[in-house]
Design a protein around this ligand. Sequence first.
Ligand SMILES: *Cc1c(COP(=O)(O)O)cnc(C)c1O
Length: 360
Amino acid sequence: MQLRIPGPTPCPPEALRALSKQMINHRGKEFGKLLNLITARLKQVFQTTEDVFLLTCSGTGGLEAAIVNTLSPGDKVLSISNGFFGDRFAEIAEQYGAKVSRLAIEWGKPVDPEAVAKALKADKGIKAVLATHNESSTGLTNNIREISAVVKELDKLLLVDAVSSLGSIDLPVDLWRCDVVVTASQKGWMVPPGLAMVSVSKNGWQAYSEAKMPRYYFDFGKAKNYLERGQTPWTPAVSVCYALDATLDLMLSEGLTNIFARHARVAQIAREGIKSMGLSLFPQEDHASNTVTAANAADKINASKLIQILRDEYDVVIAGGQQKLSGKIFRIGHLGFVYEKDIKLVLEALSQALPKAMSS
Ligand SMILES: *Cc1c(COP(=O)(O)O)cnc(C)c1O
């Protein structure tokens, strides 16, 4: 089967083998060694020397952790959103009592750093900015480097959803001065769902020391204290840790530059293939994502029928549109364990399925 959705993504054999290992004591020496090894290599992929923690949850738990550990009820926050996941990040902040102002950008269009600067200058009381690196709902990558330059010039905290980009698309966390960055195991990391990984900068810790939002399970302070003893505060997803240990080996032996280049090549093939079938890309092409390709379902194409035919007749699983894009686009995930041959197979199946998916 070709599982080509923006997560969960396929696991390589090394990860599958690791998943079948027997349990160990998560408060024992053996797990401590594993956790320290994983953390050290995660820092390399995050390109950070700051703290990185494993949280046992999906990506959304990581986003919630980013909010509750840095903010207090009543804090003003600027949410930059051009998609479904950007909106989710804002909703979490709102739910915990932040005063969220929204810089809403048309879905499929990139964030304009000038607009961010304007929004921040218009309200000096804003404390933090929420941004999405790779908007999986629209297949678009925002320019975090440029956004960060603006946010940091005005000395605000920058919280980044990099769930579907970190480890697949370059995001040098320290260089781009991102304060809290969130990713999740089932995306580019080639392991099952179950872990979120988050980095916390010095400014992030400063914010933590003042933050008053309620939190218990997702407390960065507890995570830090326990990590010093080679533990996590709560029972971790031990098997996912085994698998991540294996895929981090694969990732670091391939090398970050090579991983990013492979994702760029695979995405390029996806985009060219889509266009050669007479279809158009949903996002503005110069910001098209290297991990998710979103295509407009042409007038005559029934997107849900197309997805069903691909699944039933070709064993290829792709995703539809979310929320207001439901029925309007389809999305191909190509992150993590994916090579040129995989995307070519998907495109071949797509070209055969398209004529069968006309709406009647
Ligand atoms: C997958 C994803 C999430 C998190 O989703 P979970 O289902 O909670 O793991 C958040 N943001 C983006 C951009 C994603 O792609």
